[in-house]
Design a protein around this ligand. Structure first.
Ligand code: FAD
Length: 410
């Protein structure tokens, strides 16, 4: 028999970390399990959209967040063979934060978990890998995990939240069924130094048969090179010289720096889009990518994960404080978050099918989808696109107050 808590969260990504902070700050006992020893992993997405930025303000973390190294981007530029267009202009938003903040995700997660750790009722266990659920009288009653030595432990909890990302095995262990939707691409990530004279922005480069995202991370570029699903092996077989040549054609200003690029420094991330039919069981809730793996299209997965966390905390903090979470409460979280998730995934799948897949097959000219080009010319549509990208279909706001008795360890 192991220890017990009120809420045990598996996974300290954006969904699990933010939920842990929200519950801890409202006085609830929380344990978060994270399988890695730190948050320093490429590539998990670097974008904080206005919806999440407002949540950060609502948590009173705005000033601390502003101190972190970051870049604020109002316009997202698409560079084609024939020119350059600003596709989305968040400057059109009537918002306190009309921009996307590019910030390394490890800085964001460190800030959130350090803030949570100020509450004595919060614990984060690093190098703790959840591998099974505890079952008791027809309900999920906690989590089993392995520590860094491989020793197994059990945590009993009134509520178990699964937030361990798109490779999570726990939903299946709970009998939850996942639907997969095709994604036509994978992404090969690599970095190269930035030097004076490089373009200053974050951009999408569209070439015939190729797509490449360049993210300005101040001292270096983080590049994402899209390849047709499962085909990076062929790129490898063609050899590093050919890969360098393709990248040089897309981004000529990289010049000599491409000689530093080697396959050892390239990591390939499989793109998946899927969704659980049901996100809960008695005693168990699944949120974030574990419930709905998001494509990188439009870079909104972090924000959806955070919104799941806020919606879950708003709905469940009261029942958790009373010590009884009914299955209806868990169903209500899915009812609230499923429609915006479906809307965003449909948009991602449509863009993948209409634009990304055909571009990578090289059977379309190097140009963005016509519908987007038309929308760009009509100001109300431009504002709507900015609104949807910045806030999503259903932004969430923190509705639970911080517990008056919440103490600080500092
Ligand atoms: C190529 C690519 C690029 C992307 N780029 C962006 C972007 O720029 N912006 C954006 O908003 N979204 C982006 N996304 C989507 C985004 O990364 C996810 O939607 C988001 O990270 C989901 O957050 P999460 O907290 O649900 O899961 P995750 O971020 O996956 O976090 C899960 C956490 O759980 C931990 N964990 C895993 N297994 C266990 C276990 N068994 N026990 C304990 N802990 C465990 C992991 O180490 C991790 O810390 C991208 C996705 C892909 C595939």
């Amino acid at each position: 028999m192991g220890e017990s808590t009120t809420c045990c969260i598996a996974g300290s990504g954006p969904a699990g970390a933010v939920l842990g902070l929200l519950l801890a700050r409202s006085g609830i006992d929380v344990i978060v399990l994270e399988k890695h020893g730190d948050f320093l992993r490429d590539f998990r997405g670097d974008t904080i959209h206005p919806s999440t930025r407002e949540v950060i303000d609502e948590l009173g973390l705005g000033p601390r967040f502003e101190e972190l190294p970051q870049r604020k981007v109002e316009r997202l530029n698409v560079v084609t063979d024939t020119g350059e267009i600003a596709f989305v202009d968040l400057g059109l938003l009537k918002s306190r934060h009309p921009y996307i903040t590019f910030i390394p995700q490890w800085d964001f997660l460190t800030m959130v978990t350090e803030e949570a750790a100020k509450y004595p009722n919060f614990r984060l266990l690093m190098q703790a890998e959840a591998f099974d659920l505890v079952r008791e009288q027809g309900r999920i009653a906690g989590v089993r995990y392995r520590d860094e030595k491989g020793e197994e432990h059990e945590i009993q909890a009134a509520l178990t939240v699964v937030a361990d990302g798109r490779n999570s095995t726990l939903p299946r262990a709970a009998g939850l069924v996942r639907h997969d939707y095709d994604a036509p691409m994978d992404v090969a990530w690599f970095r190269l130094d930035r030097v004076q004279g490089d373009r200053p922005d974050t951009f999408l480069r569209v070439g015939a048969g190729h797509l490449l995202v360049g993210i300005n991370r101040m001292s270096y570029w983080q590049f994402g090179y899209l390849v047709p699903k499962g085909r990076f092996g062929e790129v490898r077989e063609e050899g590093i010289e050919e890969f360098r040549r393709q990248v040089a054609d897309l981004v000529p200003f990289l010049g000599d720096r491409l000689e530093e690029l080697d396959f050892d420094a390239v990591s390939v991330l499989e793109v998946r889009v899927d969704r659980l039919r049901r996100w809960y069981r008695p005693g168990l809730l699944v949120i974030g990518d574990a419930a709905h793996a998001m494509s990188p299209v439009a870079g909104v997965g972090i924000n959806l994960a955070v919104q799941d966390a806020v919606a879950a905390a708003n709905r469940l903090a009261g029942p958790l404080r009373r010590g009884v979470v009914r299955t209806e409460d868990l169903a209500a979280v899915q009812r609230r978050r499923q429609p915006p998730t479906i809307a965003v995934q449909r948009f991602q799948i449509a863009l993948q099918n209409a634009f990304i897949g055909p571009t990578l097959q090289g059977d379309r000219p190097s140009r963005p989808p016509r519908a987007l080009e038309l929308a760009r010319r009509v100001r109300p549509l431009r504002r709507l696109m900015a609104r949807l990208l910045g806030y999503g279909p259903l932004p969430e706001h923190v509705r639970i107050p911080a517990a008056p008795a919440a103490g600080s360890r500092e």
